[in-house]
Design a binder for this molecule. Structure first.
Ligand code: 0WD
Ligand code: CA
Length: 418
C-alpha cells in the first residue's frame, strides 16, 4: 500500500514541505549521557555523530518515509497457560455487534477472570522461539554475508515500535529500550521503568477492573470459529494470545516484529493477513466537543500507530459509559484517520511519528556497534528530554536467552544433519 503513492492510503500523509526543519545540536543532561567532544555544529542537517537524539516534533516534519507494505511471515499462539504454539490455534473471528449492544463489561470480573502474571518478564522470548522454529523461512544471507545470519536489521515487539512512533507527542510516560546486536541483527526489548513498576504495583481497584473491560469486550465480539457465536458466559483468560509476525522495511531498516491480533474477518473471502485482521478497542462514550477533540488528539494517535505498523486496516471501537456498558460501536479505517483529525489545531502527524522512529533506528544502528549477546545498550527517554543511552555488560539487562544464542550459533546445515 505504500509503494504507489497515488493509490495508497499513504498518499494523504505525503507532505511537501519547503522549509526542511533544522536540527539542533544534541545536548544531554540525563544520567545516561555519554560526553563527547565531537558534536557537529551544523544547521540544516542531522548531527550524525551526536550521542543523543532529540524528540522535538518540528525536526521530523519531512516527507513521509518509505514504509513497505507489511507481509505476514508467520504467526504463533499462546494458550491459557501461556504455552507457545507455532500455529494460529488462538485466532478468533470477528462478529459484528448489534446497533445497541448493551454489553456489560463488568460481568465476570470477580468470578470468570484468569489474569496473566505480570511479574513474569517474557521479554522477546516468544518471538525468539518463533524465529528458531521458522529459521528456514527467513531467507538467510549467511552464505553471502556471514555477519547477518537473519537478513533483518531489527527484531522487536510491535508494541515497542508503537511507543517510538508516539514519542514526539508523549508528555507523560518515558521508556527504556534495551538493545543487543547479535549476528548483525539488533534486538530491541523493553525494560519496565521504575515509574511504570510503581504504577503497576499501586494500581487502583477501578483501574484493574477497567483493564478487564477491554478483554471482556473481545469476548462479546469474537467467536472461536468462522461459523460459531461469541460466548460471553466463558472465562476471560489473558494468558491466551494470537500473534502475527510481520516483515517490512522503514527506509533502509529491515524489520521483523510481532504483534498481538484480536481477531480476523470471518468471511472466508476476506483478503489474506494482515488485511483481514481487526483490532478491538474500548473507549469512553463521547458526549462533548472537548471529549471528541481529546479522542482525536490522544486516543486516535495510539490506535493509528499500533495498527498502521503491522498493516491492520481497521479498529472496531466499543464506546462505554461510566458503568462499563458498551452503548455503541464504530469502525475506524486506519487509512482514514489522518483525514478525521485534520480539523484539530496543532494535532499529531503520521509523518512525524514515522520519521522519528526511522531516525531512532538509525541512531541505534550507529551507537550499538559491538556484536555480542552479553552487551546491552540501554536507550532511555523521559518526556521533555532527549533520548540518551548507557552501555551494560553481563548485567541485569542482558536479555537474549542462552538457548537462543546456541540455536543461532550452530549453522542451519549442521541442524539439518541431526
Ligand atoms: O515485556 C513487555 N514489556 C511487553 C510484552 C510489553 C508489551 C507486550 N508484551 C508482550 C506480551 O507477550 C503480549 O502477548 O507482547 C505481546 C503483545 O505484543 P504487542 O502486540 O507488541 O503489544 P501491544 O501492541 O502493546 O498490545 C497489543 C495487545 C493489547 O491490546 P490493546 O488493545 O490493549 O492495545 O496485547 C495485550 C493487550 O491486549 N498486551 C499484553 N498482553 C500481555 N502482556 C501486554 C503485556 N505486557 N501488553 C499488551
Ligand atoms: Ca485490542
Amino acid at each position: 500500500m505504500h509503494r504507489n503513492r497515488s493509490r495508497s492510503p499513504m498518499s494523504s500523509y505525503h507532505q511537501q514541505s519547503s522549509d526542511r526543519p533544522k536540527r539542533d545540536e544534541g545536548r544531554g543532561d540525563g544520567k545516561f549521557f555519554r560526553p563527547t567532544n565531537h558534536h557537529r555544529h551544523q544547521l540544516g542537517s542531522a548531527p550524525l555523530s551526536s550521542q543523543v537524539l532529540s524528540t522535538r516534533r518540528e525536526l521530523y516534519e519531512r516527507d513521509f518515509p518509505l514504509y513497505k507494505q507489511p507481509v505476514e511471515v508467520g504467526c504463533f499462539s499462546l494458550d491459557s497457560q501461556r504455552r507457545f504454539f507455532n500455529d494460529s490455534r488462538q485466532l478468533r473471528y470477528y462478529v459484528e455487534p448489534d446497533r445497541c449492544p448493551n454489553f456489560d463489561l463488568r460481568d465476570g470480573y470477580k468470578d470468570r477472570y484468569v489474569r496473566r502474571d505480570e511479574n513474569v518478564k517474557e521479554r522477546l522470548d516468544h518471538i525468539l522461539r518463533w524465529i528458531v522454529a521458522n529459521r528456514s523461512k527467513l531467507k538467510s544471507r549467511a552464505s553471502a554475508n556471514s555477519s547477518c545470519a537473519l537478513d533483518v536489521d531489527f527484531v522487536t515487539w510491535r508494541g515497542h515500535l508503537t511507543k517510538l512512533l508516539t514519542t514526539p507527542y508523549e508528555t507523560r510516560e518515558g521508556w527504556l529500550l534495551a538493545v543487543t546486536r547479535f549476528n548483525g541483527t539488533l534486538y530491541i526489548s523493553e525494560v519496565e521503568t521504575e515509574a511504570a513498576r510503581q504504577e503497576r504495583e499501586n494500581r487502583a481497584e477501578r483501574n484493574k477492573e477497567m483493564m478487564y473491560w477491554g478483554y471482556k469486550f473481545e469476548q462479546y465480539t469474537c467467536a472461536d470459529t468462522a461459523s460459531s457465536s461469541p460466548d460471553p458466559r466463558g472465562v476471560v483468560n489473558t494468558n491466551e494470545a494470537f500473534c502475527t509476525v510481520v516483515q517490512t522495511r522503514l527506509t533502509d531498516h529491515q524489520l521483523l516484529f510481532s504483534g498481538e491480533v484480536d481477531c480476523r474477518d470471518r468471511d472466508p473471502g476476506a483478503p489474506p493477513p494482515p488485511a483481514c485482521y481487526v483490532e478491538l478497542k474500548t473507549s469512553a462514550e463521547i458526549c462533548t466537543p472537548k471529549q471528541r477533540s481529546n479522542f482525536h488528539r490522544f486516543k486516535l494517535l495510539k490506535w493509528w500507530a499500533q495498527s498502521f505498523l503491522p498493516g491492520v486496516p481497521r479498529v472496531v471501537a466499543g464506546f462505554k459509559d461510566h458503568d462499563g456498558v458498551v452503548v455503541s460501536t464504530e469502525t475506524f479505517l486506519i487509512s482514514k484517520i489522518s483525514q478525521l483529525i485534520k480539523n484539530e489545531d496543532n494535532c499529531w502527524k503520521p509523518t512525524v511519528c514515522m520519521n522519528f522512529c526511522c531516525d531512532f533506528l538509525s541512531y541505534v544502528k550507529r551507537i550499538a556497534t559491538e556484536d555480542s549477546p552479553s552487551v546491552v545498550y540501554l536507550f532511555s527517554w523521559e518526556p521533555r528530554r532527549e533520548v540518551t543511552y548507557s552501555v551494560h555488560r553481563d548485567s541485569q539487562y542482558t536479555f537474549l536467552p542462552r538457548w537462543y544464542i546456541q540455536e543461532m550459533t550452530s549453522s542451519p546445515e549442521s541442524l539439518h544433519q541431526h
